[in-house]
Design a protein around this ligand. Structure first.
Ligand SMILES: Nc1nc2c(ncn2[C@@H]2O[C@H](COP(=O)(O)OP(=O)(O)OP(=O)(O)O)[C@@H](O)[C@H]2O)c(=O)[nH]1
Ligand SMILES: [Mg+2]
Length: 509
């Protein structure tokens, strides 16, 4: 089984990526893509292994021991200043060992050089001095190598310093491995080496394994190239989206106070905000509904009271009957000697008697009790204001006189039953006019009620605005992240297609 990589297509895809980065003036990234292009140009023939670690761990000495004709400078003080490549040949493949300057926190240029070597490396050999394995700096460095995602080999060098009677070597090994496990640091394998004479030296083993890695390294090289490209693309996309991301993050700090760790956390925050919004909306609706219901209940009560009010008992009805009977065309008073004047006077007098009686009763048995009821309601209503109180005092007895005259149905006058119907009609008119006044008043009370509802729910509204702002901020962040992921995916798609393992069975096995 042989895996074929279309090298010219790969070079083209990388060149396109470099072009995009150059266009955006991301020169450092474009140059790193150019490194990958050079690897593609040689048909991915070389395997790069970076030797990294703190200074004086013995990186250069170890490479000298592994490669017969290597002659790297070594020394007790920081020695290697820049990345040096030592090239050997293993069958058809070049094996390139990259010696790197020791990483120490004081020299940034060394860290940069190591980073550059890591970018080229297909595998990392992390060299440690026997005495510094558990040091904080060493563990921190190990973490960075693990995070790079490249195959990591640990080398505990200078094991000639081990004194067997102090601690059995197997116990030392157990402790070292435990330390890495405790820190959650994963690796391919550990080697114990020495460039001096030492009982437990595995340099030969390391050399054999490196050669093995080189001879079977196709998959590793492709994976590592993909990883290197992916790292560069991520850096590029992150840079391109930096202003948007900074804005999105600022909004997050302003609302929830921090940036979510990942999409999952962001989505959980979204759901929290949505639930909170629902809860607050329900709470506000409930409060508002409750307030509105008090006004509706009052309206119902008032309507009932108006309907039940007795404003035309027997005597009043009689007065109504007498008046309406006087409206018949054949109505006359004073017998033969009665004149039109007398008849008119009688009619006017009957009208006045009915109107006065009905007015008085309307006032006493309808308007006053109604005002009493409304006043009482206002007294128990916290949000009642002066204008509302005033509007109750302004309820008036309707213009009964004109109502009485207008309601007469001249076509029905001669009917025996009509007078009773007439009084009912007049009473209905009076009541509906009072009802209309009350309706107008209750309608006007809606505004103060809504204003009060707004005051009562003010804190919920503030909370709601907060939740809405949080939701919007997280959404924004998620959408920037999604745009970044989509951009990464788009840039990486051709490379992924070319470099992802495509085995061709039965061909040239
Ligand atoms: N005892 C002992 N000393 C060693 C061993 N390997 C290297 N040394 C010594 O340790 C010192 C540092 O060795 P280098 O190979 O220069 O270490 P390095 O990791 O390349 O150091 P920098 O390039 O400065 O980061 C030198 O004095 C070496 O002689 C070893 O296996 N045992
Ligand atoms: Mg060195």
């Amino acid at each position: 089984m042989t895996t074929m990589v279309d090298n010219s297509a790969l070079q083209q895809a990388l060149a396109a990526l470099r072009g995009t980065m150059a266009e955006a003036e991301q020169w450092a990234l474009a140059n790193k893509v150019a490194d990958l292009e050079r690897r593609a140009a040689t048909g991915l023939q070389d395997l790069y292994v970076a030797f990294c670690g703190l200074f004086s761990a013995g990186k250069s000495s170890l490479i000298n021991a592994l490669v017969a004709d290597a002659d790297l400078a070594t020394g007790a003080v920081p020695t290697t200043a820049e990345v040096t490549a030592v090239r050997t040949q293993v069958e058809a493949r070049g094996l390139v060992l990259l010696d790197t300057p020791g990483v120490d926190s004081t020299d940034a240029s060394h860290a940069e050089a190591t980073e550059a070597a890591l970018h080229m490396a297909d595998a990392i050999i992390f060299v440690m001095d026997y005495q510094h394995v558990e040091s904080e700096e060493n563990i921190e460095l190990a973490r960075a190598f693990v995070d790079s995602g490249k195959p990591l080999y640990l080398v505990i060098n200078q094991v000639d310093k081990h004194i067997e009677w102090e601690l059995p070597f197997s116990e030392f090994q157990r402790r070292v491995e435990q330390t890495f496990r405790d820190h959650g640091l994963t690796y391919e394998r550990i080697y114990y080496t020495s460039t001096r004479d030492a009982a437990h030296d595995e340099t030969a083993r390391l050399k054999a394994d490196l050669e093995q890695l080189a001879s079977t390294g196709d998959e590793l090289v492709r994976k590592s190239l993909l990883l290197a490209a992916d790292t560069l693309v991520r850096q590029f996309v992150t840079g391109e989206h930096a202003p948007e991301m900074a804005q999105a993050e600022e909004r997050l700090y302003d609302t929830i106070g921090y940036v979510p760790f990942d999409e999952d956390e962001a989505q959980a925050l979204q759901s929290d905000a949505e639930r909170e919004l629902q809860r607050l909306t329900a709470q506000m609706d409930a409060q508002r509904t409750q307030l509105r219901q008090t006004l509706e209940a009052l309206g119902d009560e008032v309507r009932r009271q108006i309907q039940l009010a007795q404003i035309a008992p027997y005597e009043t009805t009689e007065k109504g009957r007498l008046y309406v009977e006087s409206q018949r065309p054949n109505f006359k008073v004073g017998g033969l000697f009665g004149g039109q004047r007398k008849t008119d006077a009688e009619r006017a007098q009957r009208l006045e008697a009915f109107v006065r009686d009905l007015s008085e009763r309307t006032e006493k048995f309808l308007v006053w009790p109604l005002q009493g009821q409304l006043r009482q309601w206002l007294e128990t209503t916290a949000w009642a204001d002066e204008a509302m109180r005033q509007s109750v005092e302004e309820i008036r007895v309707p213009a009964v006189s004109s109502l009485c005259q207008q309601t007469v149905n001249s076509g029905a006058l001669m009917s025996e039953q009509y007078p009773y119907q007439y009084v009912k009609d007049v009473v209905g008119q009076v009541k509906s006019q009072v009802q209309a006044q009350v309706n107008g008043l209750l309608e006007a009370w809606r505004a103060p009620l809504e204003a009060h509802a707004a005051r009562v729910t003010a804190s919920e509204r503030t909370e709601k605005e907060k939740a809405e702002a949080a939701h919007a901020a997280v959404s924004r962040w998620l959408s920037v992240r999604a745009a970044m992921a989509a951009a990464c995916g788009q840039y990486m798609a051709p490379l992924r297609q070319l470099l992802t393992s495509q085995t061709e069975p039965g061909w040239n096995t």
